[in-house]
Design a protein around this ligand. Structure first.
Ligand SMILES: Cc1ncc(COP(=O)(O)O)c(C=O)c1O
Length: 432
């Protein structure tokens, strides 16, 4: 990547990370100062960027009966949840662990939806006891178990059925979820029978319908196709006397990592609402479960250049962040921009493979990146707000990174760096 131009936003339309006088800034603070103060690897988030991304959804839904349930799997750090919850979001959870975090965030439990193909009985009970708003049920077997658990607690569980509309989201196969070949949801052609069964079960209260076709979707067409398929079912159900209160269209809207041009959330929603109105479903409550599009471009991961290692085939730039902090390149061959925090006039630009210290050849963060850097310089791995920290691991006994949230000129450490003692706390010496 060539030297930064002054005052340029890193991502078009996202002014919250930008260069000023050769320094990469987050809102009003220089990222180099944060790296020096807190060490690296360090995730830094812009609160303004988070709220700006949310505002696009809120504008699109203004005046509607709607709830945005942030899919916290994208990034479940407490202070980020609190930012979104305080700005009006509900939460989409997929595990008992996320339930505990969600409740800690202060969200109204009734604004929690519980997705996922493998909810355990314990998780179901805990979620019912917490009073969540809806279970998005993904199979007939799950319907029966939830009914059983609800009756045992003397309750009715609120449910919607996640329908698999068999629509190609045209995204990476690992993050496509709405095809017949995927494990998610109830097949479209089996959905009516599943609803008939659900309304017959006394422990369930059928509230809605749900679909989610994939992640990092950069085109409106698959959404609108899925919506039509879902509305066909809502119509067929109404004809059978099964009236639904809400339609949950899941998440999946993509972000700009490199040169993608996903629709803006408000523009996409205008198309969605127009279709809902045209088919007479405009009064239904609309739920959405965005994850990546709220947090993805609100965060960067700062890392220090440890070594430049010229090779015979390519040059390696060894940095202190690795696949355990930033798993997306190793997992999906994902591309994230890697830029210097300060431009150097005296370092020659060279092509590098940017790699971490983990003992795996798959531990790379960027390939063929042209950077003008020296050892000891800092870099930012961009678009690191989603599916990075929440997927981070302790592989190679590396502690997970620290996290900082910035608003204006203020920065708050929202998660301490893990040290080896933290990890060892849960282990026991051999006594056998
Ligand atoms: C059911 C469900 N809802 C919402 C999301 C969030 O998707 P995204 O982060 O792409 O918006 C996912 C992600 O896989 C999901 O599986």
């Amino acid at each position: 990547m060539s030297a930064p131009c002054p005052a340029a936003p890193l991502v078009p339309g996202h002014p919250f990370f930008h260069y000023a006088d050769g320094h990469l800034m987050v809102e009003g603070l220089a990222l180099t100062d944060l790296a020096r103060q807190h060490g690296t690897p360090l995730f830094v988030y812009s609160q303004a960027a988070l709220l700006d991304a949310l505002a696009a959804y809120q504008r699109g839904l203004a005046g509607r009966n709607a709830l945005i349930c942030y899919a916290m799997k994208a990034n479940s750090t407490l202070a980020l949840l609190q930012t979104l919850v305080q700005a009006g979001c509900g939460l989409d959870i997929v595990s008992g662990g996320e339930l505990v975090r969600a409740l800690r965030s202060g969200v109204d439990p009734n604004h929690i939806v519980f997705s996922g193909v493998g909810k355990t009985r314990l998780e179901m009970r805990q979620a019912m006891q917490a009073g969540i708003g809806c279970f998005n049920v993904e199979s007939l077997a799950e319907l029966e178990v939830l009914n059983h658990e609800a009756l045992a607690l003397g309750r009715q569980a609120p449910v919607s059925l996640r329908v698999n509309p068999d629509v190609d989201a045209r995204t990476h196969p690992y993050i496509s979820t709405g095809l017949k070949a995927n494990k998610f949801g109830i097949a479209h052609e089996q959905a009516l029978a599943a609803y008939r069964r659900a309304v017959a079960l006394p422990g369930l209260k059928v509230l809605g319908i749900d679909c989610h076709i994939g992640s990092q979707i950069t085109d409106s067409a698959p959404y609108l196709d899925a919506l039509e398929r879902v509305l066909d079912l809502v119509q067929a159900l109404a004809q059978e006397g099964i009236a639904l209160e809400h339609i949950d269209l899941g998440g999946g809207l993509g972000i700009t990592y490199q040169d993608e041009t996903p629709p803006a959330a408000d523009h996409l929603l205008a198309q969605v609402l127009q279709r809902l109105d045209a088919r007479g479903f405009g009064a239904h409550r609309l739920l959405l479960e965005p994850g990546r599009s709220l947090v993805g471009n609100a965060g960067v991961c700062l890392t220090e250049v440890l070594y430049r290692k010229p090779g015979t085939e390519k040059n390696f730039l060894i940095v202190d962040a690795a696949m355990n902090d930033l798993p997306r390149p190793a997992l999906y061959e994902a591309w994230q921009a890697i830029v210097p925090l300060q431009g150097h006039s005296d370092a020659a630009p060279e092509p590098y493979e940017v790699v971490g210290p983990v003992c795996e050849s798959g531990d790379w963060l960027g390939r063929a990146r042209t950077l003008a850097v020296r050892e000891g310089d800092y870099l930012a791995v961009c678009s690191a707000g989603a599916y990075c920290m929440s997927m981070a691991s302790n592989y190679n006994s590396r502690g997970r990174a620290a996290e900082v949230l910035v608003t204006g000129q203020s920065a708050q450490l929202i998660r301490q760096r893990e040290n080896p003692d933290d990890a060892l706390q849960l282990e026991r010496d051999l006594t056998l």
